[in-house]
Design a binder for this molecule. Structure first.
Ligand code: ATP
Ligand code: MG
Length: 255
């Protein structure tokens, strides 16, 4: 019995096929969310069916989450992002008590009880400073890919502090630092510290406890994950594919 989960995020659309017979992920993929988010989702479904030689009747249920979930409600059941990340992360790390999901546009904190049920959550979708958007702006300014920031920051010679808490002002600050020949290594590190500071501030409002799972696209940045773990004083659990935990949860929840 195959269940299909979709997470239509602001930056990327993710798909997971979950084999409910042996409780395993049988396929996953993602692509950037097009202007038509629905066509991104349909393209991922088409290719998942082709690769796995599936027909529509092979899929017993479809669950959809992410900001674009309402666009696919005719195809399956819509679930909140909080529920899906909680279920997806708890499947991968039973016993975890806190989830930090940092995506392209927002950051979500979720606390769970010992049975994996959501106790509380906090969402930042107002300020780009604690999200992937800050990393994207930085990469653009430094002339590199977002995926290169981790390696750059790992070579930093000093721990610079960015004074601006707003991404718009931080961009001006980065431009000034570049003009004064500050290295890309030091700038990338400073941005990572700044993102971590925002996440930490958000966490101060929640009664959280370890084990902590770090997920979402930004969790692929290992230097940022290292800085966040240090700041929180805990090793972080990071899924092997942090992009897909929401889609995984949607697939598991689908009935
Ligand atoms: N290799 C990488 N290293 C660091 N960051 C990355 C990497 N790949 C992607 N990202 C970041 O991950 C973000 C996308 O993550 P994700 O797919 O979880 O977001 P989303 O679900 O589309 O967004 P949201 O949940 O905010 O709607 C991008 O903004 C990018 O900054
Ligand atoms: Mg997301």
């Amino acid at each position: 019995m195959i269940k299909l989960g979709l997470d239509i995020g602001s930056r990327n659309t993710k798909i997971v096929l979950f084999d409910a017979t042996n409780s395993s992920i049988s396929h996953y993929a993602w692509q950037s969310t097009d202007i038509s988010a629905r066509s991104s989702a349909l393209a991922l479904i088409d290719s998942a069916f082709r690769i796995n030689q599936l027909k529509a009747h092979d899929v017993s249920a479809i669950g959809v989450t992410g900001y674009g979930r309402k666009l696919m409600q005719d195809m399956g059941t819509a679930f909140s992002e909080i529920s899906c990340h909680a279920v997806g992360c708890h499947f991968l790390f039973p016993g975890l008590r806190t989830i930090i999901d940092v995506g392209g546009q927002d950051s979500k904190l979720i606390t769970l009880n010992e049975f994996g049920k959501v106790v509380d959550f906090a969402m930042n979708d107002k300020c780009a400073a604690g999200t992937g958007r800050f990393l994207e702006m930085t990469a653009l300014r430094l002339g590199c890919e977002v995926s290169q920031l981790s390696a750059l920051a790992a070579e930093a010679a000093q721990d610079l502090i960015l004074n601006s808490t707003c991404v718009v002002f931080a961009e001006s600050e980065i431009i000034s630092l570049m003009a004064s020949s500050t290295s890309a290594f030091d700038i990338a590190k400073a941005v990572h510290h700044s993102v971590v500071k925002r996440i930490q501030a958000q966490m101060a409002g929640l009664d959280w406890t370890a084990p902590v799972c770090f997920t979402g696209g930004v969790a692929q940045n290992s230097d940022l994950a290292y800085c966040l773990g240090n700041a929180l004083g805990h090793d972080l659990l990071i899924p092997p594919e942090p992009e897909i935990t929401g889609a995984l949860g949607a697939a598991i929840l689908a009935r």
